[in-house]
Design a protein around this ligand. Structure first.
Ligand code: COA
Length: 227
């Protein structure tokens, strides 16, 4: 693969010109995958740039290549690194991993005591999260901030989430806890299992989709497998 060099930096107001391209790509990618997304406006993305709560990737020629931003919930008790997107022509260059590393660093700096969480259906993101120290958790371990969950309303799977009393959906919840005991052997073993194999994530995502979608069709026959 051709070598392309990217700048991965904390976004600021000079990057607002990319906001529409970013939100268009978020929407197009979600449509292409047939998955849900918490829809964001260009104005929202621009606020994140103004606040220094986003990371942007650009080529040396200033072509937009990727983006991710920070959201704080529950009065800063929780932080999410949301909206990860890499422009289609720059995928599979390791860019998502680098962007996630940078936004994780920025989150730890700005919110050193916050738990960092993510909700995703993407195997790539699950793998990267595990490398950063996230572990899979249940939805009840995430923020109960209503504003966060409102973001799911624009997702195609919202009905599934609500039918499960907001306790499960197609997305897998992952959490980094800065105060977790470092020698908790079970958690470390689990994290290692998840780090090993991308295929494991792929299988997990497929299984979850199968079970969840089946659940909505025949709620009475298959009950609460994940609860
Ligand atoms: C998901 C996405 C961010 C990945 O970006 P990327 O720059 O291509 O990812 P990377 O090159 O950093 O890959 C990281 C790892 O994930 C794997 N990966 C990348 N895309 C993958 C995919 N679609 N399915 C499975 N694994 C994938 C890579 O092989 C790599 O693993 P490896 O190092 O073990 O080989 C990008 O495809 C994208 O923007 N998709 C649309 C938006 C989206 O799904 N965002 C995530 C929302 S939670």
């Amino acid at each position: 693969m051709e070598e392309i060099s990217f700048k991965i930096i904390v976004a600021d107001s000079s990057h607002k010109k990319y906001s529409e391209q970013i939100t268009d790509e978020m929407e197009n990618s979600a449509k292409a995958r047939g998955t849900g997304i918490a829809k964001r406006s260009p104005a929202y993305i621009e606020t994140k740039m103004d606040e220094g709560k986003a990371v942007i990737a650009l080529t040396s020629d200033g072509v937009w290549a990727g983006f991710c931003y920070i959201e704080a919930w529950g009065h800063g008790k929780f932080v999410a690194n949301s909206g990860l997107i890499v422009a289609p022509q720059f995928r599979k260059y390791g860019l998502a991993r680098k962007i996630k590393q940078e936004i994780f660093k920025l989150s730890r700096k700005k919110y050193p005591d916050s738990k960092i969480f993510g909700l995703t259906t993407g195997a790539a993101v699950m793998k990267i999260n595990s490398e950063l120290g996230y572990i899979p958790v249940s939805y009840s371990d995430l923020t109960d901030d209503q504003e966060f969950w409102k973001g799911c309303q624009s997702c195609v799977n919202y009905e599934i989430l609500m039918s499960k009393n907001r306790q499960n959906c197609l997305c897998t919840a992952m959490l980094y806890d800065p105060h977790a005991k470092k020698n908790h052997t079970e958690e470390l073993a689990l994290r290692d299992d998840f780090k090993k194999e991308l295929k494991l994530f792929d299988r997990w995502v497929r299984l979850k989709k199968f079970v969840m979608l089946k659940l909505t069709k025949s709620k009475d026959t298959v009950k609460s497998i994940f609860l």
